[in-house]
Design a protein around this ligand. Sequence first.
Ligand code: G1P
Length: 291
Amino acid sequence: MRVRKAVLPVAGFGTRVLPATKAIPKEMLPVVDRPAIQYVVDEALEAGIEHIVFVTGRNKGSIEDYFDIAYELEVALEAKGKDAILEQVKQTKLPAGSASFVRQQSPLGLGHAVWCAKDIVGNEPFAVLLPDVLVKGSPSCLAQMVEAYDKVGGNIVAVDQVPMERVSSYGVIAPKGERDGRLIEMTGMVEKPPVADAPSNLKITGRYILQPEIFGLLESQGKGAGGEIQLTDAMARLMEAQSFFAYEYEGQDYDCGSKLGYFEAVLGYALASDEIGADAKALAKAMLDKL
Ligand code: G1P
């Protein structure tokens, strides 16, 4: 069955980028000219996703507003003849009926956040995209994964390589050694391992295609790393019963959950922008020359 639905867990407090996130969700922080979450939604839509399930929490209402119609704004822009910007504003609206919102009431972990979407996803394969992570790729990271999924089915998790000293910040896979292009067979995966115990330097990027059986496993999943219910732990159990591949995608990831990662994302997208890219490059060069 085709991957039609995507779950975006957006309930986190954004503690690593406080106080910026005191009154607005971290997902709404701008990267050049749009909120970070817009890039992730666009990635999902490019991959053919038809319904997005946002797992939200308190104080996340602006995400719901952002993807809705902004009637007064549209009328005002139209009256002023600002057609180009009006078109861009209209494009941020998700098609009628294609978004759902469910709240994760307690911060029990990523696994619990995904589990909160189970009734809306139902009994079909689905994608998970962590909006902290922006992945610049063409085709998009999820589109690459969907293409691989259409060939091999089962479950797929996106991975990329990190320097070994950083593996303990991520989920890490244990590759079997056999590869079919970008698809990697696995023997296991572990969440936030100490560097000495890490099975590889292939980290889980934050893009997943999962079968609905994951929900039953999440239901009984005990606490793992950081005292939280970890998606990685439930996936490691699912791997015992179902086919599970890692996919080393082509593209560049930015971890907007940290200050430096967020800065890198803004810089990366600004430099690549058609509108301001050339000027941004000249500006960055001039600033560096002054150091
Ligand atoms: C989550 C996942 C982890 C993954 C990471 C990607 O961790 O649990 O497996 O590698 O996202 O950014 P978090 O960043 O929420 O601690």
